[in-house]
Design a protein around this ligand. Structure first.
Ligand code: SF4
Length: 400
């Protein structure tokens, strides 16, 4: 029985080079293939004229571009958020979100189908765990968003940006493109020559994906190896070249993963979901707190901060009457005082399986001010895509 082809998106650039060498080809061909895919968004073998025919034929037999099919796409009424329901090769589904903020585009990416952590207010937690995603399935989500941005840029040359103009939302395909519209020239231009794989020019011709948050479906540190490999691929300087500080990983508090991140000196941002400032209150919202108690979590966070000299972003879902009182805020302040930390307050987003209410604007502001009194920078997160179920804690799919 012949082996299944390798998913291109599962490979780091060195691995792609090694593969070329194992087939008896110089790595320069692999470098060109890498650039076609990551710099120009090309996945069509016949649109890669700079690859020698023999290498192309071999690669075509051995590799597959494991992009996700779009099962559904929804756009928020304000035009700032798009949610993609993506089908994996085995028929499982995940959700990925594209969010526009002033001057930047962020992709919220899933690391698992479902989640085993069971946070009570989270739709993904309510659906339960299905499986880990592979590195390639994580990378392909970023490529999906990148392709959507290319498509939008192409449309800019023809009809103007849908979002900037506040106009109708557009549908996008998930296919790569072999030609760009140069937004300056307002005309199609051929895919640029790929001889210089380090050139930024091809990539700069479309609106770039600059930020990734691993805050979609799943607990990233429960799928550590695949997530870190995906991060390495996304950061590759000859590819999407995402800055380490533009990638944020959010964990519910998987202590071994936090320690490992610190020991491996991973330079990405770390967000830790807190939600309760005492063990009892936290465990009521985040069941895994029973396995990884609050005091041990704080030890791990301090270890991370000291080892990397980096701050941690603490996430706090504000639930009316549950964890949003002045007393709660003082408890958070006492817990985090003196740490290199920032607190992000997220008014609860609605889900079918939890009947809590979001904290109102005034109470959120009071909470923020109390934390400021402890020297803790604190933001109230902009709510985006709530009307399409794309907000924090809202992602979920039918299990089958
Ligand atoms: S909040 Fe994150 S860790 Fe908790 S259940 Fe949802 S996806 Fe999983």
């Amino acid at each position: 029985m012949s082996e299944l082809p390798t998913n291109f998106y599962d490979l780091t650039r060195p691995e792609l080079f090694e593969l070329a060498a194992s087939w008896g080809f110089p790595t320069v061909h692999a470098a060109k293939l890498w650039a076609y895919v990551y710099l120009s968004g090309v996945e069509n073998w016949s649109a890669m004229p700079e690859l020698p025919a023999r290498y192309r034929t071999k690669a075509e037999c051995e590799l597959v571009f494991g992009r996700h099919e779009t099962a559904a796409e929804t756009h928020s009424s304000d035009g700032f958020t798009r949610k993609y329901l993506l089908a994996l090769a085995d028929g499982r589904k995940i959700e990925t979100v594209l969010m526009r903020f002033t001057g930047r585009v962020t992709a919220c990416i899933s690391s698992q189908a479902g989640c085993a952590m069971g946070c009570v207010f989270c739709a993904t937690g309510q659906m339960g765990y299905i499986r880990h995603l592979t590195a390639g399935e994580i990378v392909a989500q970023a490529m999906h968003v990148d392709a959507a941005l290319r498509e939008t840029t192409n449309r800019v040359g023809q009809v103007g940006s849908d979002v900037a103009a506040g106009g109708p939302a557009c549908r996008v395909s998930n296919t790569g493109v072999a030609a760009h519209i140069d937004p300056q020239a307002r005309r199609p231009v051929a895919t640029p020559a790929l001889a210089d794989a380090t050139s930024s020019s091809p990539h700069d011709r479309h609106e770039r994906l600059r930020n990734i948050v691993l805050m979609g479906m799943g607990e990233p540190l429960h799928n550590y190896d695949a997530v870190m490999k995906a991060v390495d691929i996304l950061r590759d300087n000859n590819g999407l070249a995402l800055g380490a500080k533009k990638i944020t990983l959010s964990t519910v508090g998987v202590i071994p993963g936090i320690i490992r991140l610190a020991d491996e000196s991973r330079p990405i941002n770390l967000a830790v979901s807190l939600h309760g400032a005492t063990q009892e209150e936290r465990a009521a919202l985040v069941p895994v707190a029973k396995k990884w108690p609050l005091d041990e979590l704080m030890d791990a966070c301090r270890y991370y901060i000291e080892k990397l000299d980096r701050r941690i972003f603490y996430e706090w879902t504000l639930i009316e009457g549950k964890n949003d009182t002045a007393e709660n805020a003082h408890a958070v302040g006492r817990l985090l005082k003196g740490q290199q930390a920032q607190v992000n307050l997220i008014p609860l987003n609605p889900t079918n399986g939890y009947d809590g209410e979001p904290t109102g604007r005034e109470a959120a502001k009071n909470f923020q001010q109390i934390l400021a009194g402890y020297g803790l920078p604190c933001t109230v997160r902009q709510r985006r895509g709530i009307d399409i179920g794309a907000g924090c804690g809202q992602l979920a799919v039918a299990k089958r």
